[in-house]
Every structure is written in structure tokens, then in C-alpha cells.
Design a protein around this ligand. Sequence first.
Ligand SMILES: Nc1ncnc2c1ncn2[C@@H]1O[C@H](COP(=O)(O)OP(=O)(O)OP(=O)(O)O)[C@@H](O)[C@H]1O
Length: 254
Amino acid sequence: MSDLGGTLAHRLPVLSAAQARAPILPLSLRGVALQRGGQTILDNVDLTLGPQGCTVIMGPNGAGKSMLLKLLNGLIAPTSGRISWAGLSPAQAISRQSLVFQKPLLLRRSVVANLDFVLRSRGKDRSRRDALLDHVGLLHKSAQPARLLSGGEAQRLAMARALATDPEVLLLDEPTASLDPASVLAIEEIVRQARDCAIRVILVTHDVGQARRLADDVVFLHRGRVAEHGPSTDFFAGAGTGAAQAFLDGKVVV
Ligand SMILES: Nc1ncnc2c1ncn2[C@@H]1O[C@H](COP(=O)(O)OP(=O)(O)OP(=O)(O)O)[C@@H](O)[C@H]1O
């Protein structure tokens, strides 16, 4: 990851979230519910996320974290309730956000072709592609088939692709699960720099250490409900609910 060692000042120009458009934050969810196959997956979710920072969503398996991200991204619609990106629906806001999954879905082409595809399909200037690859430490692998990348490299390419769209919001669904510690830190640095460039980050993770390192605020989901939401300093100083504290203590929470 030597290429990620440059100064932030050097890297800022490749990230340009701030644009002359009406903001799409704050994000507001009111009474959002999601049902599938007779099962309630999300239940009466009320949430307001402010314009800046990194929100970390945590909670046990099956709590509804991934489904919540898909709702925010407009991939699925709530059964009831309302989601508003500063007055815009998720469908209206979709082109202004990027969603990165745990397992990157890369084209069976070269590293640079993966980036070119996104830039072209979004009508973006291709002159930034090398800077983006450099930003994630993959410039030296430009010509390599993307399928030959390691897991960590593939996820860094997925991050570059996401950033290539000039998102105002990055939705990240366990982007470092199953990566080695060095790759985790590399992705975290990319996330941190994005946040520092005013890209709003909403990150799902099971990694408590990562949440401590990155979160400005924490949402704890439990059984489809928001059990807690508050500043990360408060959350980590002592979670307010037994389920969240047990989760932080590494106990099994269902
Ligand atoms: N298409 C679907 N039909 C029915 N149930 C579904 C569907 N998709 C997801 N679910 C269920 O919704 C619940 C929440 O799923 P989700 O993937 O959001 O959980 P999660 O909190 O992200 O869990 P994990 O930490 O394991 O990834 C789970 O019980 C899951 O089985």
C-alpha cells in the first residue's frame, strides 16, 4: 500500500463531492418498515443523519443493516414510511451516491477498464482515472486483469469506482469483512479521506475496532429497530441498551 502514503493535500483533487447543487442531506427516515415473505425486517425506523461525517451502522446478524442500506440507495422500497434525502426520494438521489458491497462485483476486464466503464457510463471526465487509481494505490496494476487482484486490491478498486462517480454519499456494506489487517487499514484510510473531503459516509460493519476508528455517530440496529443512535464517543463510553453493550462485549446477541 505504498501508494496510499502520500499527503492528503496531494490527494484532495481526485475527490470532489462538493458540487453546485442543492444538498441531499440531511437524510430522514420516518416510520420506515420493510416486510418480506411475511417477516418484518425493519420496523418503524426513525432516523435523522446530518450533513457531515461517518455514520457507522452496527448490529447482530440479521438485524437489517444491509436491507437498510438498500432502502437508502433505492434498490428496494419500504413497505411503509418515508425516506427523504433533503426532500428527494432514494430514486431521485441514487445518482448522487455510491454503494460498495462486501464482495466487489468487478468486470472481467483490466483494472483501468473497470474504472473507464464507470466514468464513461456516468459521463465523467476520464482524465482523472490515473489519479483515482493512484489514490487507492493501484496505478501500477492498471493493465492487470481485475480478476487477478487480491481481495484487498479488488476492494480498493471498488472504492475507486465508487469515488469516480463523484458521490455525495458513500454507502459501504461491510467493505472490509474477510480482508487482512493491512487491507482493512488501507480501506479505512480511503474512507477517512472521503469523509474529510465532505463525502457523507454511511458504513455497515461488525468490526468494533473499525467503528471506534471511523465513526462520528453510531446506529445500533437490533431486530429491525433502531435500538440506539448517538455520537460514537457516547456509544463507546457505555451503550445505553443491554443488547448493544453485549455486542460491544463480544457476546452473542440475537
Ligand atoms: N429477499 C428476502 N426475503 C425474505 N427475507 C429476507 C430477504 N432478504 C433478507 N431477508 C432477511 O432480512 C433480515 C435482515 O437481513 P440483512 O441482510 O439486512 O441483515 P444484516 O443485519 O445485514 O445481517 P448480516 O450482519 O448477517 O449481514 C434477515 O433475517 C434476512 O434473512
